[in-house]
Ligand binder design. Sequence first.
Ligand code: GLN
Length: 199
Amino acid sequence: MLNIADAAMSGAEIGVLALQGDYVEHQRMLERLGRTSRQIRKASELEGLRALILPGGESTTMVKFMEEEDLMQPLRDFYTSGGALYGTCAGTILMARAISAPSQASLGLMDIDVERNGYGRQIDSHESPGACRELGEEPLPMVFIRAPIISRTGPEVRVLVEHRDQPVLVRQGRLLASTFHPELSNDLRVHRYFLDQVA
Ligand code: GLN
């Protein structure tokens, strides 16, 4: 069982932003990879952290809490001082430069633009297999839930997986973002890739 208190005591170097959304599912994935993590709700908790996951959920609510907690600038500073970030779905929206449908504030860390709920209301959620050479032969199970579409990628952004001709897993140096939710599948490869290759 996940023991959050133990993780906090051990000074785990991996954090999961725990303001809203499916952060516990991410912690379970990390635990299955043998890594403890801690929940981050305040700027002071970023101390000593090397990697941070921004979970899926509702990005508007997350931004509201981040602004209330004065977390926006400390999260940007965490990145510029060497931290690695992985965002899933709403987490990707938080990292993007520009957001549409509708527009909202973001950390602006990654050189991508996103369109919220880009697949439309008719297909709120769907699951598809993805192909990714860097993650191995096995198809990647991809769970999309009111997912955004990455509508622009800058020159430094590498597309690792595409779906319907659109990028769905992208990397820019120490930043990784997926519009799908590996934490809601059984496949540990994206989390392992983040820990081993990005962080
Ligand atoms: N549609 C949500 C948003 O705009 C993201 C959904 C998700 O994280 N599954 O924040």
